[in-house]
Design a protein around this ligand. Structure first.
Ligand code: PCA
Length: 337
């Protein structure tokens, strides 16, 4: 009840309209009549973003393979629910499926933030190994909350954006730093920046008004939010970490599907994960080129800046390990040289 109270009336109408059941066959075709299920799917990122495009293909595949038996309606860009509310609303069943940003769940359990530790996993190949190692841990934690992990896809490596050139860590002091989760906030704190938590859907505006003038995110999100139209015109391709999104489904809603449909969803999810990682690699390259084309300076970090960033990374990793227990230690061990 309280969940629904937090929604705007138009959004409430969509959610309470989720009867989920309807007749696929017409009234005149009783033999073909089967129950069609409709799921609502809030996602945080814009329609043109590669994560959203990948999800759209997933949804189309499910619809085709089930002959319309399962229809998933995607609501991109935080239009149905803002990112911080998606996980909870999938859990309560107000929506059946949704996309989340895993590091944003770190307050719930440090394991969700394993992919946001600076300079530990910095390339796709290692990021895939980290997903393989962490998947059972992530899935078990979600399962306890009645959620099922369908698939997870990495963002491109995270770089540093700023409104001025940054030659050393100290140059970040006093900047207005945008955070997208606990680890990014902690990073901002350690460098002495002022932190605002801003969702991707609100980022263009926050940059345009100068509410923030620095951040760590991917080239893709820099393009999505058209950083070149703001004062933020410098991008250091520091490849600090590769955080992941995850698509979660309410386990009760999943188990209510016919068995054949469950199998279809799981197969399409495995395919979406494979495709999504490929799309991520391609988007990393094309977005960096697009930043350049639009006049953003894409720079290498100076050795001094790199040293400073690594020092902060080591502090963050130590803090995380102290919180993440035996699972955390087991997860990180293979990645520490
Ligand atoms: N873009 C998302 C999360 C990570 C990324 O590259 C964002 O900035 O919100």
């Amino acid at each position: 009840m309280t969940q629904r109270m937090t929604l705007a009336p138009s959004r409430r109408a969509v959610l309470t309209g989720v009867a989920g059941l309807g007749l696929a066959g017409g009234a005149g075709l009783p033999a073909l009549a089967q129950q069609a299920v409709r799921w609502q799917m809030p996602t945080p990122y814009p329609a043109g973003n590669f994560h959203t495009r990948n999800i759209t293909t997933f949804v189309e595949e499910v619809k085709t393979a089930t002959r319309g038996g399962l229809e998933i309606v995607v609501h991109p860009g935080g239009s149905l629910l803002p990112l911080p509310q998606i996980r909870r609303n999938v859990q309560t069943g107000d929506v059946q499926i949704g996309e989340v940003f895993l590091p944003a769940l770190e307050n719930e359990d440090p394991i969700f933030g394993a992919d946001s530790l600076p300079f530990i996993v910095t390339g796709y190949e290692a990021a895939e190994r980290l997903l393989t190692a962490s998947r059972p841990m992530i899935a078990a934690r979600l399962q306890r909350a009645g959620l099922r992990l369908l698939f997870s896809v990495a963002w491109p490596p995270q770089g540093l954006y700023a409104a001025r050139t940054i030659d050393q860590l100290e140059d970040l002091r006093g900047l207005r730093f945008r955070s997208y989760g606990p680890s990014a906030a902690r990073f901002g704190e350690l460098v002495g920046a002022t932190i605002s938590t801003i969702q991707a859907a609100e980022l263009s505006q926050a940059l345009a008004t100068g509410r923030v003038n620095s951040m760590i995110t991917s080239a893709v999100t820099g393009v999505d939010s058209k950083v070149w139209e703001t004062d933020v015109k410098v991008y250091y391709d520091i490849q600090a970490w590769l955080p992941k999104n995850a698509v979660l489904v309410n386990d009760r809603a999943f188990r209510a599907l016919p068995e054949a449909t469950q199998t279809t969803v799981l197969n399409a999810a495995a395919e979406a994960e494979r495709r999504g990682w490929q799309m991520s690699r391609e988007a990393a390259a094309s977005a960096t080129a697009e930043l350049r084309r639009n006049g953003v300076q894409v720079l290498e970090a100076s050795p001094r800046l790199r040293d400073g960033l690594r020092r902060i990374g080591a502090t963050l990793a130590r803090d995380w390990e102290a919180r993440a227990g035996a699972d955390g230690a087991a997860l990180l061990a293979p990645f520490k040289s």
